[in-house]
Write a protein that binds this ligand. Structure first.
Ligand code: PLP
Length: 399
């Protein structure tokens, strides 16, 4: 056969043939490779039909699914004993999809008011444009939650551990109220992860994650996830594909890598956070510490009931003496614990809610939300706890 031209040779070698060799071979990669392809090819129309109809295994188009997203969904579902999972380009994409799939114009949502800022903005300013109203109620006041229910209420929404005050939500109690009224309970379990709390086991219907945080854990990927039963996943999948919200193959590969060590990391984050919280609680330059694992916390009993092996995760907050000046000094005097307006990497970081996530709040709103100018939120990493404490002790001495 006549030799093909250069462009043709470049276009047609080194892909399908190798892919088929891997497929037919007797060895498989130890770690699933990244399938960095937007689409899959077929030898003939009947094969294409068979895959579309679900009569043959195969992939079609990466906006629908990809081997990498399939793999990470399988790991996530196994982590929480869920029927299935879907992975998204960000936590916000997962959360918005979980809502869109469950409400239509005229419907109503009941939400805790203490939410990640992006979700609060979506509920308060975006959903009303589509005729969906959200009532914010204190989820610790069960009577107020019951009183907020309307015939058109479809969804209850909250976070497992609130930000920045680390309040623990009584998931079984809220689930009971939601189900008695024919509603679904959606829980954002980002701060906890499946290695600290598994909300589906406590009555939640849908669990959402920003996998950008502890599940990713290395501050190198942006992603989100939804976990639920087979019926909800099937319903959510339509919107997932339609809105083009799927996680990319590279992020899926990074996330699968991260999940291998999730349990080890969350154990270390939780043990370190408890040690740091106990240290801060006794320090004269610290006015108050917010961590559900502390014996003095009013959430300790609930955390013991809902959380895995007494773990409470890596997030804690503290009111530093001297208000803004004290908080600023602590930040300035820490050489390795950096000011980072995010959370949940492997190394310890500080965030300043009054200057970042709650910047838009008026002084009155901040006070009502229990956020002070001296309050710092710590994301405790997996370093040696003694070193984290020594660095904080030295910085606190400068206040
Ligand atoms: N949920 C929580 C609790 C968060 O902290 C964040 C982001 O900080 C999100 C959701 C949104 O996640 P993402 O930034 O991955 O969209």
């Amino acid at each position: 056969m006549e030799k093909k031209h250069l462009r043709t040779r470049l276009a047609h070698t080194g892909d399908v043939g190798i892919a088929k060799k891997i497929h037919a071979g007797v060895s498989v990669p130890k770690v699933l490779p990244i399938y960095m392809t937007s689409v899959f090819s077929f030898d003939d129309v009947p094969t294409l039909d068979a895959v579309y109809e679900g009569n043959a295994d195969g992939y079609v188009y990466t906006r629908m699914t990809n081997p990498g997203t399939d793999a990470v969904e399988e790991i996530l579902a196994a982590a929480e004993d869920a029927d299935g999972a879907l992975v998204f380009s960000s936590g916000m994409a997962a959360i918005v999809t979980s809502i869109i799939a469950n409400v239509k114009s005229g419907d109503h949502i009941i939400s805790s008011p203490v939410l990640y800022g992006g979700v609060y903005d979506y509920f308060k300013n975006e959903l009303p444009r589509f005729g969906v109203e959200v009532t914010f109620v204190d989820f610790e006041d069960f009577e107020a939650v019951k009183a907020a229910v309307r015939p058109e209420t479809k969804v209850f929404y909250t976070e497992t551990i609130s930000n920045p005050l680390m309040e623990v939500i009584d998931i079984p109690a809220i689930a009971e109220i939601a189900h008695a009224n024919g509603c679904k309970l959606i829980i954002d379990n980002t701060f906890a992860t499946p290695a600290v709390c598994r909300p589906l086991e406590h009555g939640a219907d849908i669990v959402v994650y920003s996998t950008t945080k502890f599940i990713g854990g290395h501050s190198d990927l942006t992603g989100g996830a939804i976990l639920s039963d087979a019926e909800n996943i099937a319903q959510l999948r339509r919107y997932f594909t339609l809105y083009g919200a799927i996680m990319g193959p590279f992020e899926a590969w990074l996330l699968a890598r991260s999940l291998r060590t999730l349990d080890l990391r969350m154990k270390a984050h939780s043990e370190n956070a408890l040690k740091v919280a106990e240290f801060l609680e006794k320090h004269p330059k610290v006015e108050r510490v917010y961590y559900p694992g502390l014996a003095s916390s009013k959430y300790k009993e609930l955390a013991d009931k809902l959380f895995v092996e007494g773990r409470c995760g890596g997030m804690l907050s503290a009111d530093i003496a001297g208000g803004e000046e004290g908080a600023s000094t602590l930040i300035k005097e820490c050489p390795t614990i950096k000011l980072v307006p995010s959370l949940a990497g492997f190394s310890t970081t500080i965030s300043y809610p009054a200057k970042t996530s709650h910047r838009a709040y008026s002084p009155e709103d901040m006070e009502a939300a229990g956020i002070s100018m001296g309050q710092l939120r710590f994301s405790i990493g997996i370093e040696d706890a003694d070193d984290i404490i020594a660095e904080l002790a030295e910085a606190l001495d400068k206040i």
